[in-house]
Design a protein around this ligand. Structure first.
Ligand code: PLP
Length: 406
């Protein structure tokens, strides 16, 4: 893979017409280490966030030895680069054949569920393989309500009363019992975790059986951009957030349990930026070569303002407008689909024009893992970049108010 000092160097050297992912392995290692140092329990990287081989390889080399996986393809992807890593199969609804594969071939011993029929499916295979239930921890997923860019509790989780029944049932069979929740993604306040911890404490007290572990899921936020015309939100402080959640877990009486977390976004977001090209400027609209069907669907559904930096094409001689004036541009994606328009604008200098490149920062999470081949566009070009996104100059969408001309 080609390595450049900055994304600007990569854009000007390659002059790419297709989107280019700029990978920063050093940033990935730093962010993974930061999380693991701040969190006193077991850190399981959530593979769905970004399951590229190069990401998993770097994480494994950095000592990540536990992964949250949801499908046979994810089991295989992790084992290919980290044969000894522990896998946690935290999808609450699983195919019978996948449960068998997990237990038999991959020797997975931690699984999540939120319904008694899932217990029956797992038990059938445990009996068929003649395994001791005592070797297996079943995590009962508790539904939580909260405030995330993505709400996932509408889909998964048992109500606390139902969770109590499930906990008793699986303890009675002889499985080890865990509790888990996942508050959603890009969760910026700790209240959501606190509500989930309160539910877990209630379930534990009611169930009256031994609980072996508590898995607090993922959801920790990454830093993105912001509308420069508004007050700037403070960048999330990962270490402080983790410390607070762990502190609350202790307050709710979980100090004696082994803790697990399943971070995805917070570990991988900063390790990629993306160079896109402006295919056409039409007034205050930019048509770019990526979009919601490729790398940018997460920002679309999550209504995230992406940090964007203009890399003006040096070959363009004439420009109109004031380059110190930052204005919002509506961003249209590469496909012919009319919904392929980002839900938030890019804030860029007024001078941006056809042929320029834009570097989108902190795009490592839910970007390339969600790209499709729709309409024949499939970004798949990678370079390595040494300089962190923030260090290569201001991103206009997170720039301070003083840079605004009006
Ligand atoms: C997606 C997911 C995660 C990772 O969430 P992030 O917000 O990326 O940290 C963790 N656990 C479960 C169960 C998930 O579905």
């Amino acid at each position: 893979m080609d390595r450049f000092d900055t994304a600007r160097d990569a854009a000007f050297a390659l002059r790419p017409d297709e989107p280019v992912y700029c990978f920063r392995p050093e940033v990935l290692v730093a962010d993974a280490n930061q999380f693991r140092q701040a969190f006193p329990g077991k850190t399981a990287y959530a593979v769905k966030t970004n399951g590229e081989r190069l990401v998993l390889e770097v994480l494994a080399k950095a000592g990540m030895n536990c992964f949250d996986v949801a499908s046979p393809a994810e089991f295989a992807a992790v084992r290919a680069v980290a044969p000894k890593a522990e896998l946690l199969y935290m999808h609450p609804v699983k195919a019978q054949s996948d449960i068998r594969l997990a237990l038999e071939t991959y020797r997975i011993r931690s699984l999540a569920l939120d319904h008694e029929d899932e217990v029956a499916k797992i038990l059938k295979i445990v009996r068929g393989l003649d395994l001791d239930p005592e070797e297996i921890t079943l995590f009962v997923r508790i539904a939580v309500r909260g405030h995330a860019a993505y709400e996932l509790s509408k889909k998964f989780g048992a109500t606390p009363a139902h969770a109590v029944e499930l906990v008793r049932r699986i303890a009675h069979i002889g499985f080890k019992v865990g509790l888990c929740f996942h508050v959603g993604s890009q969760v910026e306040d700790t209240d959501t975790y606190e509500r989930a911890l309160a539910s877990a404490a209630w379930v534990r007290a009611r169930a009256g059986v031994e609980i072996a572990a508590l898995d607090i899921g993922g959801g920790f936020p990454a830093a993105y951009g912001a509308d420069p015309r508004r007050a700037q939100p403070p960048a999330p402080d990962t270490t402080a957030l983790i410390e607070e959640v762990v502190h609350e877990a202790k307050e709710w009486g979980f100090a004696d349990l082994s803790l697990v977390a399943e971070p995805g976004r917070v570990i991988v977001a900063r390790s990629f930026s993306l160079i896109v090209r402006v295919l056409l400027r039409k007034g205050r609209r930019l048509y770019i070569n990526d979009g919601i069907w490729a790398s940018l669907s997460d920002s679309w559904t999550g209504r995230i303002t992406l940090p964007a930096r203009l890399l003006p094409d040096p070959a363009r001689r004439r420009r109109t407008g004031d380059k110190s004036k930052i204005v919002p541009f509506k961003v249209c994606g590469a496909t012919c689909d009319s919904v392929d328009i980002l839900s938030r604008p890019f804030f860029l200098p007024e001078t941006v024009d056809t042929g320029d490149w834009i570097e989108i920062g902190n795009i490592g999470a839910y970007s390339l893992s969600l790209r499709t081949r729709f309409n024949g566009f499939y970004p798949d070009t990678f370079v390595e970049v040494a300089t962190i996104f923030e260090a290569a100059g201001p991103a206009e969408s997170s720039a301070a108010l003083e840079t605004m001309a009006d």
